[in-house]
Design a protein around this ligand. Sequence first.
Ligand code: 13P
Length: 250
Amino acid sequence: MTRRPIIFGNWKMNKTPAEAKAFFDGMAGYVTGEEAAEYGVGVPFVDLDVAVKNAGALSVGAENCNELDSGAYTGEVSVPMLKEIGITYCIIGHSERRTYYNETSAHCAAKAKRLFASDITPILCIGETEAEYDAGKTEEVVRTQLKESLEGLTAEEVGKIVLAYEPIWAIGTGKSADVNTAEACCKLCRDTVRELYGDEAAESVRVQYGGSVKPTNIKEYMACADIDGALIGGASLKVDSFKELVDATK
Ligand code: 13P
């Protein structure tokens, strides 16, 4: 089974629509879709429309969604809304959402199920805190988050999901996980999928590493057997840096 690597930016709460447009203008034609890897960006809700119209061969993702279709949920955005404007990916369960907005693994499971029903691919983030890492609890935390966040999905759906292993201590800190640790944890994600959903799902699921990935270190991660891509925050914001990420992985 060959898995197509997926390199995805996560802009978080950065860029107005005009700034998003300038980014896509700067990237125009740089990614053709013919590369070995797939490239994309997760952008704030208000940038999605600009992104879909200007991203060319870059995939476009939302950074969150609600699991319900409509109703009295002020400030929320539903999957049918994302679907109608042509979104193909949605990041769920990012540690910033788990930490600041109380997103739980149970929410993730419901969101993933709803996304698959509309044929939007979830990028499900999991990862441990620094205290958990220091206490040797990484394996337990990652397994539990995965088990709970994938609950209710079919093996076929799990095979299509993108998992992003992001140790919280490596996010935005410049303290990227060393390659061996990143590979071991991405392998742990795959092995957990194998135990829960079987070989086929484990071999087709794409597992990204995220946490201070830069143009200078992305190649080492991508060389690992169980790392099928990267989820990149800071280094995905500037055109030059994004182009360097593409160049390093072509
Ligand atoms: P940084 O690449 O800025 O560390 O962010 C990683 C991240 O959280 C991607 O989702």
